[in-house]
Design a protein around this ligand. Sequence first.
Ligand code: ADP
Length: 545
Amino acid sequence: MGQPSDDPLTDERHLREVVVSAINEGVVAIDASGRFVFANEAAARLLGFADARALTALARGDIFGRWQVLDESGAPIPVDELPASQALRGAAAERELHLRSRSGLDDRWLHFAATPVARDDGHVALIACVFHDVTEARRLADGQRFLAEASTVLGSSLDYATTLRAVAQLAVPRLADWCAVDMKTEDGFSRLAVAHVDPKKVELALEIERRWPTPRSSPSGVPHVLATGKPELYAEIPDEMLVAGSIDAEHLAVARALGLRSAMLVPILGARGTFGAITFVSAESGRRYGAADLSLASELAARAALAIDNALLYGDAQAAVRLRDDFLSIAGHELRTPLTALQLQLQGLVRNAKKPVLPAAADLVDRLEKACGHVGRLERLISELLDVGRITTGRMAMHAEEMDLAALAREVVERFGDDSARAHAPITLAAPAPVFGRWDRLRVDQVLTNLVGNAIKYGAGKPIDVEIARHDGRAVVRVRDRGIGIGAADQERIFGRFERAVSERHFGGLGLGLWIVRQIVEAHGGSITVRSAPGEETLFTVELP
Ligand code: ADP
């Protein structure tokens, strides 16, 4: 090359033209008066013209009639500061520029490099401008930066309401002119946050939702996203959509005045289902959302969901710690009560033993029996505590043997003779026939003991019925008392670990008995249920296979 040639195809001028028009890079030459004296096809395409000829018919100023040239923050760049203007003043310059069409429908980032071509006298005669599209790279980098910032915000607190508000704020103007976060509630959703580029409009957005709340059964929008867990993208918001979505004429007028252009809604999907939805709307900026925006929004929602999951887990952990702390204080209190009583009896015995004349044997026996009762109470509490450990670590083994449930029930009821008499709560046992089965005798004893013990404890001194029967090949135990009863809201909860439905001031106990009972019954493949009318009666039914 470089040698003049006769072959028109390899003629140097021609070759240069062919190469310049073939490359993907936009190339234009502008003279000192600002006219395009050369443009290749890529330049025409990048600047949105039909072909190079259309572009060379224009002056540089005409470009600004079609495009707004913006910087990173979306602010217009003065013409004087553009690379071509600097080159016209004699200095090479380059910069990435954000071009947004005046119609708002087109949007792109171009990298421009402008080089001055000076005459011998030093005057700039021409500038050469080379430019290419960097929209994709910009979008990716912007998106990543935005997500990184959002993640920092999301990770900054375990109070998810505060963090989601901060995320909505972060989304404007980066991703939207309006951003709203709605949280799912039992009867629909509630608006947690609204952010707008213009803070004055936040109140307006809240007011609109207050005056014309989105119908909860709406087939699109927030209710639909919450119901389906699927995002929605409205690249364009045509007037028909506003008409269809408005509730009355005033609502429509307000919606029209907002100048909404494009919108997207993404669900916040966490480990526990759909928490809420984030809505992004473009208005003033004229931006139109596409697939890339939707994936960025979805990624943001995914990170928000993770933050909420973490916050909820943290809440659970805190609740568990609180429950354990409460339990420890109850357990300490419960253990001390019989211990204090035991100590009193022993001190009494020591005092008596030191007397020159020993007291009567009956008095001694009475004190010793009471001491044994307190030791028994301590023994039972400690067994319950040990059972918790055994059950939670899966070490509560069952040793099934052939046994008669009716006979066992007789034993248990007999054992409660004294307690029942003290509480004036007579126990009637209905066990007309033996009920044989293969169960762990000691554990089933524990079940009966617990249920009858509770019936006496909470039975308000009224008669108690225990019934052992066989029904459909299963053994059935019914324990009925006529005491304080259990409110409907507590009937499931009381089978939980450490759960109680009474105040510790009135009734002692660890809240473990029924939990252990249920574990034992279920380990046998059986079930336990309760039915109660507070103040009237309580019926516990156990079924064993
Ligand atoms: P504890 O009796 O040690 O509190 P349980 O696990 O045996 O623990 O019982 C849990 C809760 O269930 C009790 O605190 C009480 O509120 C309620 N409860 C159990 N049995 C009865 C009953 N027969 N009548 C009324 N309430 C009962």
